[in-house]
Design a protein around this ligand. Sequence first.
Ligand code: 3PG
Length: 213
Amino acid sequence: MSTPQTFSALQVMQDAPVIPVIVLNDVAHAVPMARALVAGGIRMLEVTLRTPQALACIEAIAREVPEAVVGAGTVRSKADAQAAANAGSRFAVSPGYTSAVGQACRDAGLALLPGVATGSEIMMAQEDGFTELKFFPAMQAGGPAMLKAWSGPFFDVRFCPTGGVTLQNATEFLALPNVVCVGGSWLVPADAMASGDWARVTALAQATHALRK
Ligand code: 3PG
């Protein structure tokens, strides 16, 4: 088998305007959900490590949907990073930042989008060499105004705002020069997943392309 292509955090962010944040409760949903997003033109998929089935879902997508690039979200510890990599994740996203998580992702060969919500957290992530960051929770922690304020002192940092982002307010985030993409769970609604309405997931993915910067 050929070695899978590796992606930097910036490449993960630049692939599409939105990184879908996915919560999977049933392994049977993983592959059709991933195929539906790929059919809608979205291949960077963040599967959150917040259900018991998440790692098995990542494994299934990595094995059966080669067009997708599956990553792990909600990575909070060294163990999470290792488990995510072992399951076939190609990148990681964390809700906050610690040097231990940053180092564990490096050791596991995973590009990391570290979560930050304050200037001090940005500085800690930058000290460890991370300059592409997730702003989380974006709406609750200040929204576009916060990113505008950060663009002065943190002129060399680029963000993926996530948390409270919708198709409607994504435009305002994506218009900012320090925003590369946004993250959001709206592409994979729980009810569409439960009813197997994969056409709706594809349509939601397709709708995000109008947001392209
Ligand atoms: C999360 O980690 O839960 C994401 O930030 C998703 O937030 P959203 O549901 O508001 O898109």
